[in-house]
Write a protein that binds this ligand. Structure first.
Ligand SMILES: NC(=O)c1ccc[n+]([C@@H]2O[C@H](COP(=O)([O-])OP(=O)(O)OC[C@H]3O[C@@H](n4cnc5c(N)ncnc54)[C@H](O)[C@@H]3O)[C@@H](O)[C@H]2O)c1
Length: 349
């Protein structure tokens, strides 16, 4: 039986689309029917590299001419609300990169537009599909892990310029960079009841936040985000701790350490294969399609998830509700100034 492939059009042929989305869509078996970008040179170059059939300067003209199931957008959150509404008008499903919009109200309007059109609206939180984070999630869901009680993460970077904003502010930084990790904190800890954050700022370019989260399910979360560090070193670490002596740590997205409830050191203590730590990292000595960085970083899984859900007609997870919750968290972090901010309508994760 021939497999049904998702037919998609790419909207926005910039740096990120070319570096990650085009190869990930191809690896996921998505047919890239056409591309569009008002910058004709980029549209032409991407059409060739994506082996697409046509290049356009305008999304509506493209959707009027091409038969596609979905559009995959990598433009920026100031324009996604308008483009998404236009795309729904053409009867296609919509994937937008994170963040879906600047404000929660705009993202909620996008959700309503998707519901009116009866189409899916998917937001690019690829970290949920990264190999190490998926392994960690599976470990935390096993019965011997106990209930998740702590989620502790530090996710920093160097000086950062959001492509769509050009202006670096604490809000544009948190919306562009940290929104991934606010989603990840929810992925591991569940819906958030309240958040509080303290800002530290050294200059107009260098700042960060220490974030405290209270989860609805009773866990507590700690998140450090900043651009004080260097973009040249690994700067991502997440630890999830269960209620019964187990924890799982993911460093550099790829190194997973599963710590079980081992015996303390006593005379004659033996090595226990059931209770010592286990470490997993990718085997970089083996060439295989599944051992590519775009797989380990989650971009390929994200596109497989999109294609699988749309082709089978199932709702996509993470949903637009997750994206709205991450956006609400991002605004709360920037506005908190040490105050506790209660989160409303926290639902799915
Ligand atoms: N998930 C991730 O890891 C990740 C990483 C980087 C960027 N991103 C996201 O990807 C998006 C794009 O970022 P980028 O760095 O590629 O930016 P970019 O500026 O390099 O590319 C954006 C492109 O969109 C085009 N564009 C502008 N208006 C358009 C329109 N109306 N229709 C079609 N194309 C239009 C521009 O000409 C440009 O080529 C942003 O939303 C950003 O947050 C995600």
């Amino acid at each position: 039986m021939q497999q049904v492939r998702l037919r998609a059009a790419l909207v926005g042929c910039g740096a990120f689309a070319n570096a990650a989305l085009v190869p990930a869509m191809r690896a996921a078996g998505i047919e890239i029917v056409a591309v569009c970008d008002p910058n004709a040179e980029r549209a032409q170059a991407t059409m060739k590299s994506a082996s697409a059939g046509a290049a356009y300067g305008d999304m509506s003209a493209m959707l009027a001419a091409e038969a596609v199931d979905a559009v995959v957008m990598a433009v920026g959150p100031t324009i996604y609300p308008k483009l998404a509404e236009l795309a729904f008008g053409h009867g296609v499903h919509v994937f937008v990169e994170k963040p879906p919009a600047i404000t929660v109200a705009e993202a909620e309007a996008m959700k309503r537009a998707a519901a009116r059109a009866g189409k899916q609206l998917v937001v690019g939180f690829m970290k949920r599909f990264a190999t190490g984070y998926r392994m960690a999630k599976e470990i935390t869901e096993a019965s011997d892990f106990g209930a998740v009680r702590m989620v502790s993460a530090r996710i920093t970077t160097g000086v950062w310029t959001p492509a769509w904003s050009k202006t670096l502010t604490p809000l544009s930084f948190v919306l562009d960079h940290s929104v991934h990790f606010l989603d990840l904190m929810r992925f591991f800890g569940g819906p958030v009841e309240w958040v509080s954050a303290v800002k530290t700022q050294a200059s107009s370019e260098r700042f960060g936040f220490a974030v405290l989260l209270a989860y609805q399910g009773g866990a507590a979360g700690l998140l450090e985000i900043s651009n004080y560090e260097s973009r040249g070193v690994p700067n991502e670490r997440v630890q999830i701790t269960g209620s019964d002596g187990a924890s799982v740590t993911v460093e550099n997205v790829s190194r997973v350490t599963y710590t079980r409830d081992a015996e303390p050191m006593v005379p004659g203590r033996a090595f226990s294969p059931q209770r010592e730590r286990l470490v997993w990292e990718p085997n970089m000595t083996n060439i295989s399609a599944e051992n590519a960085s775009l797989v380990h970083m989650g971009y390929v899984g994200e596109m497989r998830n999109l294609a699988g859900a749309i082709v089978s007609g199932l709702p996509v997870t993470p949903s637009i509700n997750d994206a709205i919750a991450a956006l609400a968290l991002a605004h709360a972090v920037v506005e908190s100034d040490g105050r506790q901010i209660n989160l409303q309508n926290e639902g799915e994760v």
